[in-house]
Write a protein that binds this ligand. Sequence first.
Ligand SMILES: CC(C)(COP(=O)(O)OP(=O)(O)OC[C@H]1O[C@@H](n2cnc3c(N)ncnc32)[C@H](O)[C@@H]1OP(=O)(O)O)[C@@H](O)C(=O)NCCC(=O)NCCS
Length: 184
Amino acid sequence: MGIIATGKLIKIRDITIEDVPQFVSWWNNGELMADVGFKKGLGVTEDKLLKDFSKEISDPNPYRESRRYVVLDIKDERPIGELAYGQLDLAQKKCGIGIKICELSYQGKGYGQDTLITFMNYLYNHFGLQKIEIDTLADNLRALSLYKKIGFKQTKIERDYWTDPEGISHDLIFMELYKKDWKY
Ligand SMILES: CC(C)(COP(=O)(O)OP(=O)(O)OC[C@H]1O[C@@H](n2cnc3c(N)ncnc32)[C@H](O)[C@@H]1OP(=O)(O)O)[C@@H](O)C(=O)NCCC(=O)NCCS
């Protein structure tokens, strides 16, 4: 149900309201969220996420500005991560994306790369995009090397862009990848 794309290792499906407890557990996991700057997790509540997810799921607009998805292991359809696009701009034919392989035991095994390639193919084709943008904390070397490997080019770096809850400031790297340079 709700599968939008299938890769070699994963499937991507729309979120459902039943995914909320899983997202709460992922987003509150400091070990996972440390890579995106939240060493103690986000501290979200089920109530808050239920409201956000209900609002998103009940929005009938197929071209809405942002949308979240769940990544499933192709073998058993277990949820292993999340994806989102945002800032969809159909006039300029571009959007931004975000990815997390949330089950720690699945990281570093090719799932991130397959997920990104599958999602980007879907977005380029489905929305007729010319460009996809992504950003990452400069200290997230794993994400950076994956993005470079599949062809993203750095467009700028913003020094001290964001201060994390521990008071440490981080640089943010912005990247883009044009459909004309897409090799997958
Ligand atoms: C970043 C992330 C998406 C990468 O996905 P993954 O499944 O762990 O990575 P993959 O196994 O697909 O590896 C693909 C490439 O990523 C890079 N990579 C993976 N693990 C790495 C590591 N420990 N150090 C440096 N680069 C690494 C390599 O370029 C690798 O290619 P290679 O295997 O040919 O060397 C995933 O680790 C993740 O979601 N991390 C937590 C949240 C996060 O950081 N999200 C990104 C926010 S911007």
